[in-house]
Design a protein around this ligand. Sequence first.
Ligand SMILES: NC(=O)c1ccc[n+]([C@@H]2O[C@H](COP(=O)([O-])OP(=O)(O)OC[C@H]3O[C@@H](n4cnc5c(N)ncnc54)[C@H](O)[C@@H]3O)[C@@H](O)[C@H]2O)c1
Length: 250
Amino acid sequence: MNGKVALVTGGGSGIGRAAAVLFARKGAKVAIADRNAQGGAQTAAMIDGEGGEGRFFAVDVTSEAQVEGLVASTVSAFGSLDCAFNNAGITHPSRLFHELTLDQWNEMIAVNLTSVFLCMKHEIAQMLAQGRGGAIVNTASGAAIVPAPGQPHYTAAKRGVVGLTTYAADELNNQGIRVNAICPGMIDTPMVASWRESSPEMAEAVIAHMPGQRMGLPEEVAEAAVWLCSDEARWVSGDTMVVDGGMVCR
Ligand SMILES: NC(=O)c1ccc[n+]([C@@H]2O[C@H](COP(=O)([O-])OP(=O)(O)OC[C@H]3O[C@@H](n4cnc5c(N)ncnc54)[C@H](O)[C@@H]3O)[C@@H](O)[C@H]2O)c1
C-alpha cells in the first residue's frame, strides 16, 4: 500500500475504522468519511498516533454533492485515489415484511445501496481520469447470501450491492479497475451491540450456533478488504468474498 491513497466510508466505527487503521499500517494515506464527526476524528487520531496519515471528512454518503466533494477533497489532500472501501451502512430493528414502512425501505436503500452507487460513480470517474487502474471493495453482508430474519430491506440492499459490484467489475475489467464485495457474518461492532442489548437471549442463541461460538472481529473483516485492494489480489475481480468464519455453510 506504500504510496497509495485509500478512501474508507463508515470509517468512524466498527469495520470501517479497523480497515482505515489497517490501510494506514500497510502504508496508505487514508481518507476517512463518516457522518459521525466524533468517531471519524477518533479514527484519524488513531492513525496519526501510529505515525500514519489519516484525514477525516464529514460526509453523508447518501448525498451526491457530498460524495463528489469527498472524492475531490481526497485527491486534493493526498494527490490521487487508488483504493476505495465503500462500507458505511445501517440496520433497523427487525420487522416482518408486511410491517415494513415505505420510509424505512427508502432510508435503508438510500444508505446501504444508493450510497454505494454514488461512491462508485465518483471513485470510478477519478480512477479512469488517473489512468492507472484502482481497486474498489464494497461491504455487502451475509444477508446477501442468506436472508437476514426481520430485515427484508437490508437483505435487498445488500444483494443490490453484490449486483453493482459484479456489473462494475465486468464493465471496468479492461481498465485495470478491480471491484469486489465482502460479505461479513456477524461482527462485533457497535451496530451489533445495540441488537445484543435489545435481544440478549436471541443474541446468545445465535452466537452459540456460530463457528467457535463467537462473533467475528472488525479486524478480521478489515484484513479481507485491505487484501482485496492490494496488488496481491490483482487477479481477483467481481468476487463476493464471505468473511464469516464458515457460518454460511451451516
Ligand atoms: N457488524 C456486522 O455484523 C455486519 C455484518 C454484515 C455486514 N455489515 C456491514 O458492514 C458495514 C459496517 O458496519 P459496522 O458493523 O462496522 O457498523 P458501525 O455502525 O460500527 O459503523 C457504520 C458506520 O457507518 C456510518 N454511516 C452510517 N450511515 C452513514 C451515512 N449516511 N453517511 C456516512 N456515514 C454513515 C456510521 O456513522 C458508522 O460510523 C455496514 O455496511 C454493515 O451493513 C456489518
